[in-house]
Ligand binder design. Structure first.
Ligand SMILES: Nc1nc2c(ncn2[C@@H]2O[C@H](COP(=O)(O)OP(=O)(O)OP(=O)(O)O)[C@@H](O)[C@H]2O)c(=O)[nH]1
Length: 167
C-alpha cells in the first residue's frame, strides 16, 4: 500500500506484484480483472524478458478492464554493463502500444516515484468523470445538511426547538 497526493487528492494505491513464471499465470490473470493501472515490466539486462512483453500485453488486453492504464517499464537501469535492451527499443515498443515508458532501478530508486506518480495520474484522469460526479453529490449532501441545520431541521438541539413549537 502506498499513498500519493496528486492535484491535492490523496490517492491510496494498492500494489500487486504478480509472479512472472508461466506456471502461475492462471492466478496472475485473476488480478487483471479489478486492476485500474498496470506496469508491464521487463529487465533491461534480459532480451528474453523484453520479448515476453508482447505476451503480457495481450493478456492484459484480454483480461483487464478496457479503461485500465498501462505503462511500460524497463527495470535495472543501474546495471549498465549487462544491458541487452537499448532505451530506444523500449521507447519504440511503448509508442507502438500507446503507453508511457520509463527506465527504472529498484536498486538505486531511479524513476520509481515518477513511475508510480505517472500511473496514478493516468488512473485519476481516466476516472475523472466518476470522481467529479462523486464530488458533486458530496457537495450536494454537505449543502443539504448545512441548509437543514440552518433551518433547524437537523438532529440535536434544533430538533428539540421544533418539538417545543408543536406543543
Ligand atoms: N541491479 C538490480 N537488480 C535488481 C533490480 N530489481 C530487482 N533486482 C534483482 O533481480 C532479482 C529478481 O528480482 P525479483 O524482484 O524477484 O523479480 P521478479 O520480477 O519479481 O521475479 P518473479 O518472481 O519471477 O516475478 C533479485 O535478485 C533482485 O535483487 C534493479 O533495479 N537493479
Amino acid at each position: 500500500m502506498k499513498t500519493l497526493v496528486i492535484d491535492g487528492i490523496k490517492v491510496r494505491i494498492q500494489i500487486w506484484d504478480t509472479a512472472g513464471q508461466e506456471r502461475y499465470q492462471t492466478i496472475t490473470k485473476q488480478y487483471y480483472r479489478r486492476a485500474q493501472g498496470i506496469f508491464l515490466v521487463y529487465d533491461i539486462t534480459s532480451e528474453r524478458s523484453f520479448q515476453h512483453i508482447m505476451k503480457w500485453a495481450s493478456d492484459v488486453d484480454e483480461y483487464a478492464p478496457d479503461k485500465v492504464q498501462k505503462i511500460l517499464v524497463g527495470n535495472k537501469s543501474d546495471d549498465v554493463e549487462k544491458r541487452q535492451v537499448a532505451t530506444e527499443q523500449g521507447v519504440k515498443l511503448a509508442k507502438a502500444y500507446g503507453m508511457d515508458f520509463f527506465e527504472t532501478s529498484a536498486f538505486t530508486n531511479h524513476n520509481i516515484t515518477e513511475t508510480f506518480t505517472r500511473l496514478a495520474e493516468q488512473v485519476l484522469a481516466a476516472n475523472k468523470k466518476d470522481l467529479d460526479l462523486l464530488r458533486i453529490s458530496l457537495n450536494d449532501e454537505l449543502n443539504l445538511t448545512a441548509l437543514e441545520e440552518e433551518e433547524g431541521l437537523g438532529d440535536g438541539a434544533s430538533g428539540e426547538q421544533n418539538k417545543s413549537c408543536w406543543c
